[in-house]
Design a protein around this ligand. Structure first.
Ligand SMILES: [Zn+2]
Length: 325
């Protein structure tokens, strides 16, 4: 009898050790012991639009960002914009008063990537990477391999789906599984762009549309994840080259007490268990670039710091170094 109690106790202890290592203990990122080797949060912008919506020349646009403190930038554009017909592009440029810096189609995409490459070769004051922002729906409908092969990074645009069900944990888990499968064909780091803030945007607009004050939204309504979903996401992302974006949009919702509480409850457990993030402005225009950029305000309380946001930079630099051999 005593023997059985002893075995039972051992199984009990073993269960807690295993369960603890899987979900209980915070994980620290390896190789983050030297602060000098890390970029500060506001030195990084892994999502800067610098293509068809650009209102100035690329050099001045980059210069504005560098002057505001950026040292690492991912330059990109929405891939689907290059699928417009010449007529559609002309009308779109006219409507939005864009100078029309690139033609549409393959010619435009190649010219954009060439400009990104030349800027990267020329500048010594900032590290520039190039990529595309691809609409998440293309994970369902099919991808366009040729332009994606030119990218060092692919960012997946999570839509706010305004007027429909707001994005949530279930959607994110489904997308991360699809993104992982995509990396068999496109072996580059990938970022899930702004999942959390898109939910908050949807909820805010829905409330206003219904004549309600968004201030009445509760923490429960704002929460992105349901029970068990964070654990599943942590398991899926462990060791993967998939990052979750903390965009400047978080700043917009940070002073809403329920939203702030929801963001911390959604993001901090991920950060503590090894999920890696990216810092981004998602600036499209000089007007948006005029907003103050202090990611530490909304990142640090969510557990997102230098240690879990520099991994992508190191990975990209390693990939470049390896390619140059
Ligand atoms: Zn964007």
């Amino acid at each position: 009898m005593k023997q059985y109690i002893c075995i039972g106790r051992r199984v009990f202890v073993w269960f807690f050790l295993v369960a603890g290592s899987a979900w209980g203990q915070p994980v620290s990122t390896p190789g983050t012991g030297l602060p000098q080797a890390l970029f500060r949060l506001r030195e990084m912008d892994l999502h800067l639009h610098a293509g068809l919506e650009r209102r100035t020349d690329l050099e001045s646009w980059i210069h504005t960002m560098v002057a505001d403190g950026r040292r690492v930038i991912l330059l990109l554009d929405h891939l689907e914009l290059y699928r417009k017909t010449p007529q559609e592009l002309m009308e779109w440029n006219k409507k939005n008063q864009f100078p029309g810096v690139y033609p549409t189609g393959k010619e435009g995409r190649n010219a954009l990537m060439q400009d990104f490459q030349e800027a990267s070769d020329r500048r010594r004051d900032v590290i520039l990477f190039r990529g595309w922002e691809v609409y998440e729906g293309e994970l369902d409908t099919g991808l366009e391999p040729e332009p994606m092969d030119m990218a060092e990074v692919i960012g997946w645009h999570v839509s706010p789906r305004n007027g429909q069900k707001a994005p949530d944990g279930k959607d994110l888990i489904r997308r991360v599984k699809q993104i992982k499968a995509t990396q068999n064909r496109f072996p580059v780091p990938m970022i899930v762009f702004h999942p959390f803030s898109m939910r908050l945007e949807n909820l805010t607009r829905t409330a206003i549309h219904a004549g309600c004050d968004p201030k009445t939204l509760t923490v429960e309504e704002c929460r992105f994840f349901q029970a068990g979903e964070q654990e599943e996401l942590v398991r899926l992302l462990a060791g993967a080259s998939i990052y979750i974006e903390m965009s400047l949009d978080h700043d917009k919702y940070w002073d809403h007490p329920a939203m702030q509480q929801a963001m911390m409850a959604d993001i901090k457990p991920l950060a503590e268990r090894g999920v890696q993030f990216t810092i981004a402005t998602d600036h499209h225009s000089p007007a948006s670039a005029a907003k103050s950029f202090h990611p530490e305000r909304y990142c640090l309380p969510c557990g997102v710091d230098e240690a879990n946001t520099n991994t992508i930079v190191r990975e990209l630099l390693a990939l470049r170094a390896k390619k140059s051999l």
